[in-house]
Ligand binder design. Structure first.
Ligand code: C2O
Ligand code: CU
Length: 576
């Protein structure tokens, strides 16, 4: 694969850390209008009726779900929206771009006037947004300089969620980068979509992601992704194409993050951040925008809707979904609400035409499944609409090319595989098993097409189930065809209480061991994660171990094409 390019990573960093690309129109921040009837859901309100906030499992002895503490008051819709800092790579070979990202402590301001300690990719929370051209590989050097408040090194592993990476670059939970080590992750970028990278360290992903280790990674669609490439231009782009990374956090009186997973059940924050800013205000023009939305929280399910204010009343605005987790839908799908479990992504169009002079809210009504009576505001983001040039471009009529479901079904050669998602004692399990790196839950033929069934037998909880490597389609939920926006390419599936989902997909192109797990990160850590193996060989997920940093000050190892050779290690050892 071409010649190894030698490049000083410090220089790469300088060149690739371009000026913050102003994707959005920075909020004017001037006028502050109260949200009429806003904050109507107060911290002290009980759960909606019929929602058990007690421990859901009758066999469980642990006490009630007690929200840790209420975060300090933070004014809503005053802080200007901040676009993600977009990074593009440094070309180091004809088909390869290099990036370097350092994991290190940092601080942000969430509570006015207080500095919150966070863990960052390159100093920001969330991390930079990598914007990558499809068809060019990338190598991201993740350097671990992360110590906790006590000065103890934090081990990390990075998963690029949505990418079909080789096993040794997939962020296998046990393939850790210790403090003062680094690892080069190679990504093929052979598929476009709204992906994201986040920590995946065994047993600590929930804490590490919550502390800040998450960022978006967008691979741009090309003409091959569109059924009719001429329609691609009809999607809003550039300044009208804005990533929104939504997370919930909980803070103490000093503004420090509280990580409390409620006896390994779940963690719900009461401060809603969009791109790291609490309840921001975004100035937009009266036209169509495209938002690439990621639920990057820990446990919270979002159920988004858009509400425009009209003389003290609110009118719902439609969202039009154009893409899901891993690619374009076949055609735009209008919807009034968009439910998003943790790690799910949707690209949506919101049309602010006719809204000049008004406020429009991205709203998230209280969700019974979250058990979050202490969430104090149901809106996340306020759009301040002003008038601009008329937007006459119609939405595309068609979007992506998808394999017909019938064709996928005709490729299936074996019975449906079943995965039961349970609570056992005070652990979360898949088919009654906790995570065990030596155990393989399913052996799948190379590039085989299979139907997998996820069963949530009930208990009051939701499992957003994520399968690595593949891109899948949801066939049914409780035997019923899902809504159209859930029928596109996906890698994370909302498995609600008492729900059974069937998904179909091809397992490839790589062989080897890959994880599947609940993406409620607390469930994932304790211990709703297992693995499947594609083929009988493939690369060892621990086959490209992290390397020690030579001397941090003089660190200039070239970033180039990683060694793709597989080492043969089949003893299932734990990687560190
Ligand atoms: Cu987004 Cu295995 O994780
Ligand atoms: Cu779960």
């Amino acid at each position: 694969m071409g010649d190894i390019a030698s490049l000083n990573p410090e220089r790469t960093m300088d060149l690739s850390r371009r000026e913050a690309l102003r994707l959005g129109l920075i909020g004017a921040g001037g006028i502050l209008l109260p949200w009429p009837g806003g904050d109507s859901v107060r911290a002290d309100q009980p759960c909606p009726e019929g929602v058990a906030c007690l421990s859901h499992d009758p066999h469980e002895l642990a006490g009630p779900y007690v929200p840790t503490r209420i975060s300090p008051q933070i004014p809503r819709f005053e802080r200007p929206f901040e676009p993600l800092l977009v990074r593009s790579g440094q070309s180091v070979a004809t088909d390869l771009d290099a990036y370097k990202i350092t994991m290190q402590p940092g601080s942000v301001e969430i509570v006015p006037g207080k500095s919150t300690s966070v863990w960052t990719y390159d100093g920001t929370m969330p991390g930079p947004c990598i914007r990558q051209q499809k068809g060019r590989g990338s190598v991201v050097r993740f350097v671990n300089q992360l110590q906790d408040a006590a000065g103890i090194g934090v081990s990390t592993s990075i998963h690029l969620h949505g990418m079909a990476s080789l096993p040794q670059y997939d962020g296998y939970a046990e393939d850790l980068i210790p403090f003062d080590h680094y690892k080069d992750y190679y990504y093929p970028n052979d598929k476009a979509g709204p992906f994201w990278f986040h920590d995946h360290a065994i047993g600590h992903a929930s804490r590490n992601v919550y502390m800040g280790l998450a960022g978006m990674y967008l691979v741009d669609y090309d003409h091959c992704d569109f059924l009719d490439p001429t329609q691609a231009e009809r999607l809003p782009s550039d300044a009208f194409d804005i990533p929104l990374l939504i997370q919930d956090k909980r803070l103490d009186a000093d503004g420090q993050l509280i990580f409390n997973d409620n006896l390994q059940r779940s963690l719900y924050g009461d401060v809603m951040l969009v791109n790291g800013v609490p309840w921001p205000r975004l100035a937009v023009k009266d036209r169509k925008y495209r938002f690439r939305i990621l639920n990057g929280g820990t446990s919270r399910v979002l159920n988004l809707r858009v509400m425009a204010s009209f003389e003290g009343h609110f009118m719902p605005l439609e969202m039009v979904v154009v893409a899901s987790d891993s690619g374009l839908l076949p055609a735009p799908v209008p919807t009034a609400t968009l439910r998003m479990g943790v790690a799910e992504r949707y690209e949506v169009i919101i049309d602010f035409t006719g809204m000049a002079g008004r406020q429009v809210y991205l709203n998230n009504p209280i969700q019974a499944v979250n058990c979050d009576a202490d969430l104090r505001s149901t809106s996340l983001l306020c759009f301040d609409v002003s008038s601009g040039p008329a937007d006459t471009t119609p939405l595309p009529e068609s979007l992506g090319r998808l394999t017909p479901i019938d064709r996928l079904r005709s490729e299936v050669r074996r019975p449906v595989r079943t995965f039961r998602l349970d609570r056992l004692g005070n652990q979360w399990v898949i088919n009654n098993h906790r995570w065990d790196p030596r155990r393989i839950e399913a052996r799948v033929g190379p590039c085989a097409t299979e139907i997998w069934r996820f069963i949530n037998p009930g208990g009051g909880w939701v499992h957003p189930l994520h399968v690595h490597l593949g891109h899948f389609r949801l066939l049914s939920r409780n035997g019923v065809t899902p809504p159209a926006h859930e029928q596109g390419m996906k890698d994370t599936f909302y498995v609600g209480d008492f729900e059974t989902l069937d998904i179909i997909g091809r397992f490839g192109p790589h062989e080897g061991r890959y994880m599947m797990h609940c993406h409620n990160l607390v469930h994932e850590d304790h211990d709703m994660m297992s693995q499947f193996e594609v083929g009988n060989g493939g690369c060892d997920p621990c086959g490209a171990p992290a390397r020690p940093l030579p001397e941090p000050s003089s660190f200039d190892e070239p970033i180039g094409i990683p060694d793709h050779e597989c080492s043969t290690n089949d003893d299932g050892r734990i990687c560190l």
